[in-house]
Design a protein around this ligand. Structure first.
Ligand code: PGA
Length: 214
């Protein structure tokens, strides 16, 4: 089984999101070997939950608060996301860069996600980024490869995986300019359990073409 996580980032309004879902569902992905998780902007999660009801698409948040509840204006907590999403991205390099999220902050997020039955999809930029023990899904995303079309070679990705020395049973994903033309190069090995896809996930047909390669 392979994960295909669509990270829409700060893109799409409700109509565009509905259109995406309707088109993707019509394409009929009948492949038990893939798990598709859409991570839309948070305000779209609830309406999309309704829209995907009879499909095999799952939902994830793009981030989660480091605070459990209380006086934190604007925060989206694990408690409010419980039951709405099964996953949340945590530690994406854009959060680390623009919102100064460090390891302490990220480990609080991981613990809260777990507490509220949300599986963190934990992103690292390289082997120097620590991974909290509770994390089951690790995504390696070298910053230079994100949104540039310059994907990292499967050989290097596998070397990084090796040096991470992940425990048995943990999932290892790759992200960084994955598209329909290069995804197959990562599929030749069973060592890569899936992908975090940004740019190529914004169009449903393009994303379908990526997922279909499995
Ligand atoms: P990209 O983004 O596919 O556009 O490189 C990946 C990500 O940032 O998760």
């Amino acid at each position: 089984m392979r994960y295909f996580i669509a990270n829409w980032k700060a893109n799409k309004d409700l109509n565009e999101a509905f259109q995406w879902i309707d088109t993707f569902i019509k394409l009929q992905l009948n492949n038990g070997r893939v798990k598709v998780v859409i991570c839309p902007p948070s305000p779209l999660l609830y309406p999309l939950k309704e829209r995907i009801k009879n499909s095999n698409i799952e939902l994830g948040a793009q981030d989660i608060s480091q605070f459990e509840e209380g006086k934190y204006t604007g925060e989206i907590t694990a408690k409010t996301l419980k039951g709405l999403v099964d996953y949340s991205i945590v530690g994406h390099s854009e959060r680390r860069k623009y919102f100064n999220e460090d390891y302490d902050t990220l480990s609080k997020k991981v613990l809260l996600a777990k507490k509220y039955d949300i599986e963190p999809i934990f992103c690292i930029r390289g082997v120097e980024d620590k991974i909290p023990q509770e994390v089951n899904i690790v995504t390696y995303e070298p910053v230079y490869a994100i949104g540039t079309g310059d994907n990292e070679s499967p050989e290097i990705v596998l070397k990084v995986k090796k040096s991470l020395k992940l425990d048995e049973g943990k999932f290892f994903l790759y992200g960084g300019s994955v598209d329909k033309n290069n995804v197959e190069s990562y599929l030749t090995t069973l060592q890569i359990d899936g992908f975090l896809v940004g740019t190529a996930s914004l169009d449903p047909e393009e994303f379908f073409a990526v997922v279909k390669k499995v």
